[in-house]
Write a protein that binds this ligand. Structure first.
Ligand SMILES: [Zn+2]
Length: 384
């Protein structure tokens, strides 16, 4: 049903257009042109201005061929992680990889390619279909910012599919909530050789706090990490400041809150043990904790329209697609919370966020074939 050569070439073309987060303009313009050539009404929204990037989200509205049918959303993100500029894809048979100086950017240009190829097929083969809103988002990799700034009041879709995961045999319907934390530990500086007893080491407090902290996989629903630590000025100065950044994720809000509180308490308890009095002035160590909700969980029921659509389309093709819980967040988390029921379908990207990223085009072809079938089935249901 799909044109394999065409979708492969589109992927190769898109991955060679640089689009680090906040620098998506070139790929956005290219996608806009293609969608306009396919008859869509295309807008680049103002999300870019809101997040300090050079492009907004590309929103392409394709008319349907079934009178009165509801609109379906299809979405993928245009930005890539670093190092992602100057990608030189290497094609070896069905495998596309890089020279290992950059990521491939199949995350998520494979999703963008699947959406475009699917709509081309629907049009060329005159397959009756509902209206489609294709949302190509910015800044997914830096906090799902594009999806957060889409004006959903201007979208008609109540359900949709996000194409942003690896195996096309899986449909992610559950995802965790995530908190991002920053801790600033304040000690007191002092000469390390002359007057160490007049200082408080923020590094020592950080070490004690982390040594007593539960991190990694907390339980089957919850994970936590301290991922960055920065502090100190010189070996001969007792360090007065350490800044740590971390995160916690859970499919359960209660567990996420408990883990977030636990992490802060470890820092507060460690700091509480330290104070010094110098020339009658007492200084206590202290901790500032900033917690930001990065995204909230998603949990789409297997009986929902969008999940049934995917499962039934797959079974009509003799394929077995399984619904799954993801450990990560994606634009679907945001869309679900903003009233568009979304699941996340795989496109073949592998080893993402590394310079060893690769993609088997057969997986991408399978994802596109299945997506054509999904849209076809959706049209049949809407036409009834
Ligand atoms: Zn992605």
């Amino acid at each position: 049903m799909i044109n394999q050569e065409r979708i492969k070439n589109l992927l190769l073309e898109l991955v060679q257009i640089d689009s680090h987060s906040r620098k998506e303009r070139d790929v956005a313009e290219r996608i806009k042109t293609y969608c306009e050539e396919m008859g869509a009404e295309v807008e680049i929204d103002d999300a870019g201005e809101k997040v300090g990037g050079n492009s907004g989200n590309v929103i392409a509205r394709f008319p349907g061929t079934i009178p009165g049918a509801e609109t379906i959303m299809m979405s993928a993100h245009m930005d890539t992680v670093v190092p992602g500029e100057g990608v030189k894809p290497i094609v070896e048979g069905d495998i596309i990889r890089t020279d290992e100086t950059t990521v491939l950017g199949g995350d998520d240009k494979s999703g963008c390619a699947v959406i475009i190829e699917t709509i081309r097929c629907l049009q060329e083969q005159n397959i009756p279909h509902t209206p489609i809103e294709a949302v190509f988002s910015i800044c997914e990799e830096v906090g799902l910012l594009g999806a957060k700034h889409v004006d959903v009041s201007k979208l008609k879709s109540k359900y949709g599919i996000v194409f942003d995961s690896d195996d096309p045999g899986f449909l992610f319907t559950k995802g965790p909530s995530a908190n991002h934390m920053e801790y600033r530990i304040h000690g007191l500086e002092s000469h390390a050789g002359v007057a160490p007893e007049e200082g408080i080491s923020a590094i020592k407090i950080a070490a004690e706090a982390i040594a007593g902290m539960n991190l990694g996989r907390i339980d089957d629903e919850t994970t936590a990490n301290i991922g960055q630590i920065e502090g100190g000025m010189a070996t001969n100065i007792i360090p007065n400041l350490v800044v740590l950044k971390g995160e916690a994720r859970s499919h359960s809000e209660d567990k996420l809150n408990a883990q977030t509180e636990h992490m802060e308490k470890c820092f507060q308890d460690a700091a509480a043990k330290y104070e010094v009095t110098v020339a009658g002035k007492t200084t206590k160590a202290s901790v500032e904790a900033h917690v930001v909700r990065e995204y909230s969980s998603m949990d789409v029921s297997d009986s929902s329209h969008v999940v049934q659509l995917v499962l039934q389309a797959a079974s009509r093709m003799g394929l077995d697609v399984k619904t799954m819980a993801s450990g990560g967040g994606c634009d679907a988390n945001i869309f679900n919370r903003r009233g568009i029921e979304c699941a996340n379908l795989g496109t073949g990207m592998r080893a993402i966020h590394t310079v060893k990223e690769w993609l088997d085009v057969k997986d991408m072809y399978a994802a596109a074939e299945m997506t054509v079938e999904i849209l076809k089935l959706n049209g049949e249901l809407a036409g009834k």
